[in-house]
Write a protein that binds this ligand. Structure first.
Ligand code: ATP
Ligand code: MG
Length: 381
């Protein structure tokens, strides 16, 4: 079977001087994902336009395993299971004849590309030569527009031959943009928000505020997200300090005060973890607490940027992503979340001054200090 996996960078090619940094990160992430999947490889080698992983793939099962791992790595435009040979046209002909089978194909084309311009034959000519060799053997007709099989030949550090280009997730290698703190609630939205930040290269630290001690659902959600970032740290924080002080006292301002309490506590954790931003699963207008007025008050004195990657998404769009990335099923399992303790009718446009006035009564700094003493850290593999 195949001897190499050829991986093409996604946006890394646009990165100019930082290219090395991004490609190193990607190679490192792939190695770790392989190790976790117990996939043995000989070497992972970085080149200007691609990464090549030398690995013996003897069975279809192994191919599928590797495919499912690489389909979860951010920063890959596409990848292919390939055969390799030296940069010599006779050797290419031999390899093509040994490995390509067009018996079942109604039509084909050869797509040659020459990254190594010192190779004496240009891509058009390679296409013509190899096309002829294949035609002579199989009598399959050539079709440049809509071929059933495309035979790819890349002349790079060596020659790569493959017939299927598999789509990757694109975007940026995980961790290449830095670290952010995501408030994970156990609902549908926040795991999707975390994933969207991951795809732009952010490593995520999670924080969850809980009422009941049963945080199994949260741990399960994080395990699912670990399919993309391998291991995660979560801060589990009981919010009964807030509950005791505020429940029933501030009526329709309870929600905004609670959210400010969460955000402020999150800032403390972001500082501990050196996270550069905070991420929420908010979505404009979805619930009463997610109006522009509420967001304005929530963020009004935030020291860190607060990102809301889902702000413009419809619920259905969020569900679609949740299903695609595998978190949706777990998200909809029953879980008693924070909304159950606060007013069922939060103010949709609270008054900033009033909120600040009430917050003073709450003694927020003390509340946060007490809360921080009770947090629990879990590293989830
Ligand atoms: P989700 O589906 O993520 O629960 P939601 O539509 O139910 O979102 P809210 O419950 O108002 O909306 O929460 C908005 C955001 O606030 C969440 O996406 C999450 O980022 C954060 N959040 C809410 N509750 C908690 C919690 N208990 N712990 C951590 N973060 C929370
Ligand atoms: Mg929720």
């Amino acid at each position: 079977m195949y001897d190499t996996i050829l991986i093409k960078y996604a946006e890394i090619s646009l990165k100019g001087d930082n290219r090395g940094y991004f490609s190193k990160k990607l190679a490192e992430n792939i190695k770790q994902m392989f190790k976790r999947g117990k996939i043995k490889f000989r070497q992972v080698k970085r080149h200007r336009n691609h990464i090549a992983i030398d690995v013996a793939i003897e069975t279809k099962e192994k191919e599928e395993e590797i495919r499912s791992v690489l389909e979860r790595v951010f920063g890959i435009a596409n990848f292919a299971f390939a055969y390799t040979c030296d940069k010599d046209i006779e050797k290419i002909k031999k390899l093509v004849l040994a490995k390509v089978n067009l018996k079942k194909s109604k039509s084909f084309k050869v797509d040659a590309s020459r990254q190594d311009k010192s190779f004496p034959i240009n891509s058009m000519e390679i296409g013509r030569i190899i096309g002829e060799v294949l035609y002579n053997k199989f009598k399959t007709k050539g079709d440049m527009k809509n071929p059933e099989t495309t035979v790819y030949i890349d002349i790079a550090d060596r020659v790569y031959l493959y017939t299927e280009k598999i789509h990757g997730l694109g975007n940026l290698p995980l961790g290449s943009s830095g670290k952010v703190l995501c408030l994970l609630s156990g609902g549908i939205d926040s795991p999707v928000a975390a994933w969207l930040m991951m795809k732009r290269g952010c490593r995520i630290v999670f924080v969850h505020f809980y009422n009941s001690k049963n945080t199994k659902k949260i741990i399960n959600l994080i395990k699912l997200l670990n399919n993309y970032q391998l291991n995660s740290r979560v801060y589990l924080i009981p919010f009964n300090e807030f509950h005791v002080r505020a429940a029933g006292v501030f009526q329709n301002l309870e929600m905004i005060l609670f959210r400010r309490y969460m955000l402020k506590t999150a800032h403390e954790i972001a500082n501990l973890e050196k996270c550069k931003a905070i991420v929420l699963g908010d979505n404009l207008g979805q619930v009463a607490s997610q109006t522009l007025d509420n967001i304005l008050i929530l963020d009004h004195d935030a020291a860190l940027p607060v990102f809301r990657p889902l702000i413009t998404y419809s619920k259905q769009e969020i569900i679609d992503i949740g299903q695609k990335i595998g978190t949706y099923k777990t998200s909809i399992e029953p879980y008693k979340d924070c909304c159950s303790i606060v007013s069922r009718y939060p103010a949709t446009s609270p008054d900033l001054e009033k909120v600040m006035e009430q917050e003073k009564k709450l003694n927020m700094p003390l509340l946060i200090k007490k809360t921080m003493k009770r947090l629990e850290i879990k590293d989830i593999k």
